[in-house]
Every structure is written in structure tokens, then in C-alpha cells.
Ligand binder design. Sequence first.
Ligand code: SAM
Length: 254
Amino acid sequence: MRKVFVIGIGAGNPDYVTVQAINALNKVDVFFVMDKGSDKEDLVRVRKEICDRYIKDKSYRTVEAADPPRDRTSSSYESTVEKWHEQRADIYEQLIAQELGDEDCGAFLVWGDPSLYDSTLRIIDRIVARGVIAFDYEVIPGISSIQALAARHRIALNRIGKSIHITTGRKIAEGLPNNIDDVVVMLDADCSFKNLPDSEIDIYWGAYIGTEDEILASGKLRELMHDIETMRAEARLRKGWIMDTYLLRKPADQ
Ligand SMILES: C[S@@+](CC[C@H](N)C(=O)[O-])C[C@H]1O[C@@H](n2cnc3c(N)ncnc32)[C@H](O)[C@@H]1O
């Protein structure tokens, strides 16, 4: 039966690729690469570098497909994402059906880990639910940007016996959750930390973590927020894209 691997490749440094991922990479006949536009060429390049570095037999093929653009004008986030997932499912289904022979193995290489803010597994679920093509699939975990952030700042994410909360910039724009001391924020294009009233919060911030462009900053949010905003804007202008993640840590006694 056809097989599809969903392989977490880590959040940017080819050294993050696990032995399990390398073993899976070496079984793949066809890699499916979604082209996200010229700004994200660097991300496609990292995937190619990983294949060059870790795959012994170079007889694999790479098939590129254009990522459908997401409608950013619609007022309903959920319905926009729903439509986008459906379009992606159409494309992935076609790729699997047309590019993989009955005994072939394909792979989607997922940035970081597939379980975190990535739609690949939801899209595969859709294709399975449609029941049009038969295939088996396996998920290989990767080092997420959250683990990389914690390692680069040399911190544990939770405090003893406490919870952590993982969320998006869009969500913390509405305020930090109550009763949670440690909040990891991803996908924040608007520096939503600027709007938080608590002046004693610490921030541990990282952009392009694990890559040669990595930028790290940590300290009191109130002292760093404007510097981070400036660094972020300059880096984004310089490279054409940015990925940053941060931990917000409330004081221990709150
Ligand atoms: C679509 S999510 C994908 C997350 C990914 N699956 C993971 O496990 O890290 C993209 C977000 O992940 C974070 N991110 C991914 N790679 C990063 C990196 N190298 N440095 C900092 N943040 C990163 C950023 O918050 C970015 O907006």
C-alpha cells in the first residue's frame, strides 16, 4: 500500500533532525513541497538541505505544488481556514494519487513538530475521511520552535507543579489567561505583548531560532518590548519574513 510520512524536521537547524526522521527520510520516493512564495524560499531551502545532507540514495523525487493563497480579507477566521484546508486537501490528495505508485512512499516535511500550529495532519485526516484514495501514514515528531526557544534561553517552560499555556498572538491580544503563570506565544505578527498591562512580566523571545540569523532577548517585558518590536521590524525587512516565538512569565507570587 502507498505510504505517506509526515516528518517533523525541527524548527530551522538541520541538526535538529532526529535519527527517526533520518530513517524515514531514507525510505521516501517522493517529497511533496508546498511553495509558499518567494519570501519563504529560505524555508524550502532548509528542507532541500536536509534531504541532501541525510539521504544516502539520491534517487528520490521532489514534487512542488503551489500553496493556495489564504483569503485575508474575510471577517470569519474559522471559515477562511476551513476553505483553505479543503483546497489543500484537494491538492494533497491529487499529489498522493498521481505521484505515488501502489508501493511508493511519499513525505510531507513539516517545520518544527507536526502537532503544533500546523495543518498537515488535519488535511491528511480530511483525505482519509473522503475515502477516495487508500494509503497508510505515519507521523514522525520533530523539535518544535518552543523546545528550541527553551533550550536557547536555557530555561524550563513550566515552574514546579505549574501549567504552561501555548497560544497565538491573536489570542493574547485579548489578554493573558488567568491562573496561568507561563504563556508561550507563537504566530504573533503584531507584537501583541505590547498591550499587556502587567509591568512585572518577563519575556524570553527568539526569532529564527536555531538558524544563523537567530536573535534572542530576555528580561522585563516593559524594558524590552520596544526594542523587540524594532529588532523584529528590521529583521523582517532585511529577510522578507520572520518567525518568532516567546515565553511570557508572570512573577512567581501572582
Ligand atoms: C505555523 S507555526 C509552525 C510551528 C511549528 N510546527 C513548530 O513546531 O514550531 C509557525 C510559528 O512557529 C514559530 N516558529 C517556527 N520556527 C521558528 C523559529 N525557528 N524561531 C522562532 N519561532 C519559530 C513562530 O511563532 C511562527 O510564527
